[in-house]
Design a protein around this ligand. Structure first.
Ligand SMILES: Nc1ncnc2c1ncn2[C@@H]1O[C@H](COP(=O)(O)OP(=O)(O)OP(=O)(O)O)[C@@H](O)[C@H]1O
Ligand SMILES: [Mg+2]
Length: 234
């Protein structure tokens, strides 16, 4: 069983099921990437693992503990950080205020963690007094990731962290995500930039219509002619 695992997940938003016996997992210090076409259920799988969706079937575990009955907020306390696909920063608040909001569940001194976030993303220190809405797209994604890191999560879940950024900024973000994984955090990430994401992935999941289509190491998926032709543009 993986450190973070969503096993045999079946369910949806109340109507027809979106996920069908879908299984996703990630280990400590590793990066797992979910790719697949639009509407495949990638975000739905992330929401299910984070507890924003009531599953009809399936088991969510973190470090061997069944967390399926916990609310999203309780899952944050249990060690999960989640950066959703949209609306992942408070645009009217400054960068620093966004990071403080991220620390909301902590009762201890979080300044050291904020220093770590600034060390990881130096531009955020420079811009800490600016409203997040005034930052570039790539910088806002750094705020969103930094906010999630403020709770010192054991697993970090990122839904399309490089959406709408240039290829250079994407590479920079992927480098930072690798740095975060090296600290021992498990990273579960959905990515549109499938080829580049699989290059840094220990494990990759190709989802189609809410089902696991291919599961393998990132390198094996990149080398698979069928996966390349169907999902990676050749
Ligand atoms: N809140 C919701 N209520 C009802 N159906 C939803 C909701 N959110 C998503 N869906 C439906 O669930 C299916 C999967 O959507 P999901 O957002 O998980 O796909 P995705 O793989 O993340 O796609 P994308 O690449 O566009 O982000 C789609 O058919 C979508 O219309
Ligand atoms: Mg999505």
């Amino acid at each position: 069983m993986s450190f973070l695992s969503g096993a045999h997940m079946t369910g949806g938003y109340g109507g027809a099921d979106i996920l069908h016996d879908c299984t996703i997992g990630v280990e400590r210090g590793e990066i797992a990437v979910i790719v697949g076409p639009n509407g495949a259920g990638k975000s739905t799988a992330m929401k299910a693992i984070f507890g924003m969706l009531a599953l009809r079937q399936g088991t969510i575990t973190l470090d061997g503990r069944d967390i399926g009955a916990l609310s999203p907020q309780e899952r944050v306390v249990a060690g999960m950080g989640f950066v959703p696909q949209t609306s992942n920063v408070f645009r009217a608040l400054t960068v620093e205020e966004n990071l403080e909001m991220g620390a909301y569940i902590r009762k201890d001194d979080y300044r050291e963690t904020m220093e770590q976030v600034f060390a990881l993303f130096p531009i955020l220190r420079e811009k800490r007094r600016q409203p997040a809405g005034e930052l570039s797209g790539g910088q806002r994604q750094q705020v969103a990731v930094g906010r999630a890191l403020m709770t010192k999560p054991k697993v970090l879940m990122l839904d399309e962290p490089t959406a709408g950024v240039s290829p250079i900024v994407m590479d920079e973000l992927f480098d930072k995500i690798l740095d975060v994984a090296k600290t021992g955090i498990a990273i579960l990430m959905v990515e549109q930039n499938a080829r580049q994401a699989l290059e840094i992935a220990d494990k990759g999941y190709v989802l189609v219509q809410g089902r696991n289509r291919y599961t393998d190491t990132g390198a094996a998926l990149l080398a698979d002619p069928e996966v390349r032709r169907t999902f990676l543009g050749g």
